[in-house]
Write a protein that binds this ligand. Structure first.
Ligand code: FAD
Length: 445
């Protein structure tokens, strides 16, 4: 008889935990609050515009090894388009723009050389990059853990122009946290694995379909095929704890026995469950999860009658807009869809939709010389503000990120926010789910 393992939360971390648990010979069940899997990776029909959209544009990196494995397992890896080489179209205005591609040289030269040729835009020359590498080498891991990205770059002597040009959009894209607050340690580590190790890893993976076709439906199909019980609309409300073990999980209309439990909940949801459980043994966890702050990502979806002719993705320089992506073309739709991403969007998310659209119109005219009314004929648009898109990834947040083990013998933690050493991303969620199961099977790790 296979041992039962209960996963709380059916986001990417919960899905990854269930898939790994199956591989390790457990019988997983998932308790999910909503009536769909996927959590922060989902799609829905926006009734007001009658279009399916995602809850926000998602991009993966070719360096997301565990995510690629998971998608391969559930059969949807082919629904991600991986660039042949990293290509980003940096655009400042109608005159100043360039397509960035790393060159065939050893790292970090493969990145620096194309930028050096753009000295007019970046303001940085070869000696400045050499100085950067030299000063960076003086910093230990623990120095970097205390520093924000701005402090790190200032210490390494990078000028403000290049900080604004490449580091600000990069930090927001990777950490969803402004440079002045973002953890230098997390950014450096990510850039090293994603961009500096190999040109292959640096490629971006862009969805060819809606997220529900890539993550949600294939995962559900795979799990059901393997007899995983998925309980939708079944929130974990509190845990019944005795003898340093979770004995039962209380949901709305049902109580579940709990031989082994993996929480794949976001910190604020775990906090609620722990508070309701009134278990002093979990106080150390409560203190940590209560420390997190969150940041917004705003995605503006545009549906046009005419296509935009330029190379994608576009990274905007010195504009409130950050990225522009082309949406996968839907067979039945007459429209050309685009998504604009604004990370670290706390300020903008408080503005009205009309004001935001007006800003988009002005920036499109100024930067791309596109008149959304005339040339492109904006047919429909929708703004999605995900208020708690990710944790705010500051140096302080590193101390709140927890390992899978807890003071309870049969209770383990997963989720993008746990201590995976990665930014809170899809890859971190997948790694965390897998790692929680590995921890159960080999606790000495
Ligand atoms: C707009 C946006 C854009 C993003 N862009 C990117 C990107 O480009 N690349 C990238 O790598 N990452 C991106 N991310 C981050 C990525 O989506 C997350 O890191 C990842 O989805 C987190 O997965 P998770 O399973 O840890 O958490 P979640 O997805 O939050 O899953 C938690 C699950 O638990 C459920 N739940 C909550 N409370 C309870 C309860 N009491 N009982 C039972 N279930 C409960 C929730 O409904 C949810 O399904 C983006 C996020 C957003 C919002």
């Amino acid at each position: 008889m296979k041992r039962e393992l209960v996963v709380l939360g059916g986001g990417v971390a919960g899905i990854a935990a269930a898939v790994e648990a199956l591989k390790q010979g457990y019988r997983p069940i998932i308790l999910e609050k909503n009536n769909y899997l996927g959590g922060r990776v989902r799609s829905f029909r926006a009734r007001d515009i009658d279009e399916i959209i995602d809850n926000g544009q998602h991009i993966i990196s070719a360096a997301y090894e565990q995510t690629r494995r998971l998608l391969h397992t559930i059969g949807s890896l082919n629904k991600i388009y991986f660039q042949k080489n990293l290509t980003i179209n940096f655009v400042k205005n109608q005159k100043e723009h360039f397509v960035f591609r790393p060159v065939s040289l050893p790292p970090p030269l493969h990145f620096f050389i194309p930028l050096i040729f753009r000295k007019k835009l970046t303001g940085s020359d070869f000696p400045e990059y050499v100085n950067f590498v030299r000063k960076n080498a003086r910093l230990s891991e623990s120095d970097l853990k205390q520093m924000t990205v701005s402090q790190w770059l200032d210490f390494c002597g990078l000028n403000q122009k290049i900080q604004k040009f490449i580091w600000e959009p990069m930090t927001l894209a990777v950490l969803n946290t402004p440079m002045e607050k973002a953890s230098a340690f997390l950014l450096k580590k990510t850039l090293e694995t994603a961009f500096l190790h190999s040109r292959k890893n640096a490629r971006l993976g862009i969805p060819r379909d809606w997220l529900r076709e890539i993550f949600v439906k294939p995962a559900e199909k795979y799990l059901l095929k393997h007899n995983v019980s998925i309980y939708m609309r079944t929130p974990a409300l509190r845990l019944i704890i005795r003898e340093r073990k979770v004995q039962q999980i209380v949901s709305k209309n049902r109580v579940f026995d709990a031989p082994i439990v993996i929480s794949a909940l976001p910190p604020f949801a775990l906090q609620k469950v722990i508070e309701a459980s009134k278990a002093s043994i979990l106080r150390p966890i409560l203190e940590k999860v209560a420390g997190f702050e969150y940041e917004t990502i705003m995605t503006i979806y545009l549906f046009l009658n005419e296509p935009i002719h330029c190379r994608f993705p576009v990274a905007f320089i010195e504009s409130p807009l950050q990225w522009l992506f082309q949406l996968p073309r839907q067979k039945e739709s007459p429209y050309f869809g685009y998504s604009i991403v604004i990370s670290g969007a706390g300020e903008w998310s408080r503005q009205s939709s009309e004001d935001i659209l007006q800003m988009v119109r002005e920036e499109f005219k100024r930067i791309l010389n596109l008149d959304l009314n005339k040339n492109q004929n904006l047919s429909k648009w929708k703004i999605i503000k995900e208020k708690r898109a990710t944790i705010l990834q500051t140096p302080e947040s590193l101390q709140y990120r927890l390992s899978p083990s807890t003071p309870l013998k049969n209770f383990f933690l997963a989720g993008d926010w746990t201590d995976t050493g990665l930014p809170a991303t899809i890859e971190s969620a997948v790694v965390s789910g897998k790692r929680a199961v590995e921890w159960i099977t080999a606790p000495a790790k």
